[in-house]
Ligand binder design. Structure first.
Ligand SMILES: Cc1cc2nc3c(=O)[nH]c(=O)nc-3n(C[C@H](O)[C@H](O)[C@H](O)COP(=O)(O)OP(=O)(O)OC[C@H]3O[C@@H](n4cnc5c(N)ncnc54)[C@H](O)[C@@H]3O)c2cc1C
Length: 352
């Protein structure tokens, strides 16, 4: 593909080479399509910059290994353990090799345009490509999100989003505030508590469940009770999806490690942060564990702005599909153990 040559033509283009793009590749292979000849996978980054390679060093999954693999290949090692981000990154490299898929790296999708002949033209940073189907697998947690007052916060030490946090060595020795008490904020606060004076600003109350209930893995319960497959567009799905579930040790554990539990952070003025209790406090470093926006902003307005769920990942534009977004079809849609089922549904639409 060169920026000036006419569009290369292929039946299917998959945008994103993370777990969703690989699950899609597997589903197309199952339906008889061949990599490079029938479908291509593009990614804006490289094998070294894939998201699981960029997450913090000590990250431990909240899903056990047996629920953290893609169709057709289990994650190596004990299935009851909670893998690290490196385990997942290594597993995805192995998975990609097992499929025989070699993505076109350093190729960013910029836009996609429906044509009169029902094909789609995908504009990328390295040229354009014509395809019968395009699957957008560009990530549910792609763009770091901050509260408005983060711009007014200027501490002397580190001022990082959790996306850029790797390990405690990045921070000077002074007091640290972690903003956000979801799974990410809790894990980072716990790690830092062994090295620094740490406070955590709690967001909206979130339901918390332990890794194991009555000796049985939580994800086994969620599977058995059907919680993982509750449709996102139903009444129960809408209610569950509005609040992130914290899995594993929570605030009580943090308090026992000496972490100060603070109310919601509401404003910032240089190194002074104000909290919902009306008190202003000073910190040397701040870590914003305040979530992400998805990576689907390059899709047409009609898709990005679509209200509610996209049935089976189908968008209002024929031939254009979305895979891997949070609660796309159900809780499993953005999980390693759930994205494969959604990919298979899309593959059935592409290759009936
Ligand atoms: C901190 C954290 C912990 C998590 N823990 C778990 C867990 O324990 N268990 C679990 O199952 N899930 C977990 N998840 C959720 C989910 O599994 C991950 O977010 C996963 O990375 C999503 O995979 P993906 O392939 O959909 O997206 P990504 O991994 O984000 O991959 C998307 C790819 O698309 C590429 N891309 C983006 N935009 C473009 C573009 N315009 N053109 C071309 N390429 C583009 C990117 O370079 C990237 O490689 C966690 C998520 C986070 C953030």
């Amino acid at each position: 593909m060169s920026p000036t040559s006419p569009p290369e033509s292929l039946p299917v283009a998959i945008v994103g080479a993370g777990q969703a793009g690989l699950a899609m590749s597997h589903a197309l292979l199952e339906r008889g399509l061949r990599p490079a000849e029938d479908f291509v996978v593009l990614d804006a980054g490289s094998a070294q910059t894939l998201s699981w390679r960029r997450r913090w060093d000590s990250l431990t999954l909240f899903t056990p290994a047996w629920h953290s693999h893609l169709p057709g290949l289990r994650m190596p090692g004990a299935q009851r353990r909670y893998p690290s981000s490196k385990d997942v990154a290594d597993y995805l490299d192995l998975y990609r090799a097992s499929l025989g898929v070699e993505p076109k790296w350093d190729t960013r999708a910029i836009s996609v345009h429906p044509q009169r002949d029902d094909s789609l033209v995908l504009q990328t940073s390295t040229g354009s490509l014509r395809a019968r189907a395009v699957v957008a697998a560009t990530g549910p947690f792609a763009i770091p999100q901050y509260p408005g007052f983060a711009n007014d916060t200027a501490v002397d030490g580190a001022n990082l989003h959790s996306d850029a946090y790797r390990n405690p060595d990045q921070l000077p020795r002074g007091p640290v505030l972690v903003v956000g008490s979801g799974n990410t904020g809790i894990q980072i606060a716990r790690e830092l508590s062994a090295h620094r004076c740490v406070s955590i600003a709690q967001g909206s109350p979130q339901p918390r469940l332990p890794h194991r209930l009555l000796g049985v893995d939580l994800f086994r319960w969620l599977q058995l009770t059907g919680v993982l497959s509750v449709p996102s567009n139903g009444r129960i799905g809408r209610r569950i999806s509005s609040r992130e579930l914290v899995v594993g040790p929570g605030m009580v554990d943090l308090a026992s490690r000496g972490v100060h539990l603070l109310p919601r952070a509401v404003d910032g003025n240089r190194d002074r942060i104000s909290f919902a209790d009306g008190v202003e406090r000073r910190f040397e470093s701040v870590i914003w564990a305040t979530g992400y926006r998805n990576g689907f902003g390059w899709l047409p307005e009609a898709v990005v702005g679509a209200d509610g769920t996209l049935e089976d990942g189908r968008t209002p534009i024929a031939g254009l599909y979305v895979l891997g977004d949070s609660w796309l079809r159900n809780r499993g849609s953005a999980l390693l153990g759930g994205v494969g089922a959604d990919a298979r549904l899309i593959a059935r639409h592409i290759v009936p």
